[in-house]
Design a protein around this ligand. Structure first.
Ligand SMILES: Nc1ncnc2c1ncn2[C@@H]1O[C@H](COP(=O)(O)OP(=O)(O)OP(=O)(O)O)[C@@H](O)[C@H]1O
Ligand SMILES: [Mg+2]
Length: 245
């Protein structure tokens, strides 16, 4: 479904993503892990068109999308959430999702009442319907993350890129978020590329993991193999994690 081919992105002298290649197959949930600053978010920004790669190519469903603007990539069927939620602070939860509905693929012709119905559906799906008139700035972190998910789903993506959806959530909220993502995958048949530091979640949710380190792909494989890979333990997980396996 998605092919990342030898993609490189530099910021001045820093190579944030260095000749990275991997594929995402339709229907799978694939994990993307690595230490802080490894280049994970940059990779998502490259796939979504926020940045243009310095070299390499990104191919989605057989179409070269390298360097296309974010709105075109969204219309091709790729959507993302942000590591730090980026709500429209002064808009209500409903209006925020409405923006996604109206900007999503082939939806701009929709009448406003239909679009409101559609937006309400996604809010209801993530459990935020009762907060529809609440301003985004008044939502708590869990609610903001669910709003991010609703906004991403409302563009009707085929591929959903999640950037640390669990960060800052307490264990109960993280469980609820995981359930929500699973039902989203089922209900909307989305393929998921998931950046996550919580290894327990990666172990539960994914069957394949790509590890980045200093912008390079260090390893790739099933999570149960990845957590035993000495290079990954050394660079990311730490010896203490490995001893507790
Ligand atoms: N717009 C930018 N300008 C300059 N440097 C940047 C920019 N965006 C990212 N970087 C740098 O690129 C490197 C990779 O950053 P990135 O945010 O992709 O890491 P990450 O793997 O998502 O880390 P984290 O786990 O902390 O979110 C870092 O050294 C970061 O400082
Ligand atoms: Mg990041």
């Amino acid at each position: 479904m998605l092919e990342v081919r030898n993609v490189t992105k530099r910021f001045g002298g820093l190579t944030a993503v260095n000749e990275v290649s991997f594929t995402v197959n339709e229907g799978e949930v694939i994990g993307l892990i690595g230490p802080n600053g490894a280049g994970k978010t940059t990779l998502i920004n490259l796939i979504c068109g926020v940045y243009k790669p310095d070299s390499g190519a990104i191919v989605f469903e057989g179409k070269d999308i390298t360097g296309l603007p974010p709105n075109k990539i969204c219309h091709a069927g790729i959507s993302r959430t942000y590591q730090i939620p980026k709500p429209f602070e002064a808009m209500t939860a409903l209006a925020s999702v409405l923006v996604s509905v109206l900007n999503g693929k082939k939806r701009s012709h929709m009448s406003l009442p239909d679009a409101v119905m559609e937006a309400s559906y996604y809010l209801e799906f993530v459990g935020l319907f009762s907060k529809r008139d609440t301003l985004a700035r008044d939502l708590n972190l869990y609610e903001l993350r669910m709003l991010e998910l609703a906004r991403a789903l409302a563009t009707t993506p085929k591929l959903l890129l999640l950037d640390e959806t669990m960060a800052g959530l307490n264990p109960k909220e993280a469980d609820a978020a995981l359930d929500m993502i699973w039902s989203a995958q089922e209900q909307f048949a989305v393929t998921i590329l998931w950046i996550e530091h919580v290894m327990k979640i990666i172990m539960k949710a994914t069957k394949r993991v790509v590890v980045l380190h200093y912008g390079k792909k260090m390893a790739e494989g099933p999570p149960e193999e990845i957590i035993r890979d000495p290079r990954v333990i050394e660079a990311y997980l730490g010896v203490r994690y490995a001893q507790n396996l």
